[in-house]
Each structure stands twice: as structure tokens, then as C-alpha cells.
Design a protein around this ligand. Sequence first.
Ligand code: DOR
Ligand code: ZN
Length: 349
Amino acid sequence: EGHLLIKNASLVLPNGIVEGDLRVSNGQISSIAPGGGLDSDIREKVIDATGLHLLPGVIDPHVHFREPGDNKKEDLESGSRAAAAGGVTSFLDMPNNNPNTTNRATLERKISLASKKSVTHHGFFIGATKNNISDLQSVEGMDGVCGIKIFMGSSTGDLLVHEQDQLENIFANTNGIIAVHAEDEERLQLRSKDFRNRTDIASHAQHRDVECALMATKRAVALAKKYEHRLHIVHLTSGEEADWLNKNKDNLITTEVCTQHLTFDQDDVERLGERVLMNPPIRYTEDKDVLWQRLKDGTIDCVVTDHAPHTLNSKAVGFPNSPAGMPGVETSLPLMLTHAMEGKCNIMD
Ligand code: DOR
Ligand code: ZN
């Protein structure tokens, strides 16, 4: 148990890939030997990894597991096992649950459940509401809490904070990281009548358009700068946002891209329908290309999945009534390795 020797692997290390051996003792990496030469111990399981890469565990900082509230779809055990099966050894989980994770008690419950059920490292966001500033403050610095999540536009669940004074209040009176789902609620509501009668799935990205995402991204960045507050903008989807952030991002601000938005475009939406319905939506080839470019130049800091385990059955009701979201925590690393094989990126990126 916990003693392992991996021989002749292509070790993916911070400064490059080298052939060598790696030893795990008591469940922790105890030696890394570029060039190899580690002799096996009687207690150890030995794996010959000739021709194989050995990568560090992946961090997925954006998943939506369904505990509490919808454990049949996913709980912290099945979610973390899916993560581990896909090479993800740490996840950060979002607060749109039932009940929502918006105060100390609901957070403590999740942390305690995860300590028993999760097979991987984990952290949890607390969700902002219109009136829970004191709850947000009460969990600052607490072990297992990674930050505050604000849905600036409505998505799956009912978490939403979009009024300017309420946003100002949160940025002014909290510490730590604020992660925002950046879609502009006013624009969504204003234009919803234009899309009420549309049942074609292409209308999803037309309603939740680039302008909607860009407006909210700009608004969040302005708040971060005004209050000198650390900000993380979740799932960038448009080339315009990525280009704008390239010019306007400073060290207060980080951002991410989903594997889905690096992989799919409008043609996949036509082909796969509701299964690739998510918020913010899958966009266009030009957006996908710019997201790759901005990931490579470092404007985008990390790759995430926005893992959301909707069932095929619940998707089957058809657009516009199908729920938005896609799974991915188990497949993100294989998918990125496939992109690497095809030349879209490099294993060291
Ligand atoms: O498509 C989405 N699904 N976007 C979100 O913001 C939430 C997620 C979910 O929880 O289903
Ligand atoms: Zn999400």
C-alpha cells in the first residue's frame, strides 16, 4: 500500500521531459531520478513505464458536482473518482447546489462530506447572493474554501447577483478570490423577447452573445481595479474577451478556458445539439482559434471543464428546455493530450 516504483518513464517535470524513475513511499513522491537507476525494494509495486509519459496530477478548478441536492446524478465520491480516473487529482467545486452553498453551515457540510467521500484533493467556492455579505466574510481564510463565486448572469440554478450596488458591496467588503460567471443579465433579459419563439439551437449563442459576455467581463475587471480585489473570470468563450483581457489584465486578474470551448464550434452545435448546450455557449471557429492563441501566449491562465453532469434523459426534452452544461472532469486530460498529439498544443504547455 502506498509504495510504488515507476521505472523508465518520460517524466514531465517543470523544466522539461526527461527519462527516469520515480518512487512513491507512503503515498507521497519520495524521489525523482532523471536518468533512472532506482533499485526496487521488496515492499514496492514496480511499473515499467517505458514509452509512457508520467504527468503531475491535474487540477480542475471549475466543476459542478451535485452534492448536496442531486446525488443521483453525482456525489462527491463519484465525482472525485471520475476526476481521479481521468488524471485529475484536485478539483474546486461550485456552489449551485440544493441547497446552494451560500453560508458557513452549508460549506462546512460539504467539506465534511468531502473529507469522507472524496478520493482527491478539493476546495469549495461559496456562492454570493443579494444579501449574504456577512456569510461571505464568515468563511474568509477557512480551510477548504477557495473563494467567492458570483453568477453575474443567470445559468443553471438560481444564484444571481447583477445589480451594480450589490456587486460593489461584495468587492468592497470581502477578501480572497472572487470568481465571476461573466454574462450580462440586463442584456440577457432585454433581448429574451427576441428569442422567445426560437427553437433552433443556433439561437442560444445569438441570445447569449459575445457582447453579453464582454460587457460583464469589462464590468468585473473595472470592479476589481476599483477595489484592488483579486478576480478570476471563469470560462472565457469569445475571441473579443480574450483579446481585450490581453490588453487590460493586470496581476489582480486571472482567467480560464473550458476544454469544450477549445474543442467545439457552431458546426458541432448543429451536429450534437443539446448535448453541447452550455452557458456561456459554444461559439464560432474564429473564437475557438483566438482562445487557443491566448492560451498559448499566457493571457488565459488555465484549462478547466465546467463539469456539469446532466443526464442524456434530461437533455432529451430538447432545446430550449434542455438544461445547460456538459460533463468533462474524467475526459479533459485525455482530450488535451489528443489535442497535443494533433499539434494544437504541447505536453509541456
Ligand atoms: O452550462 C452551465 N452549466 N453553466 C453553468 O454556469 C452552470 C452549469 C451547471 O451547473 O449545470
Ligand atoms: Zn460553471
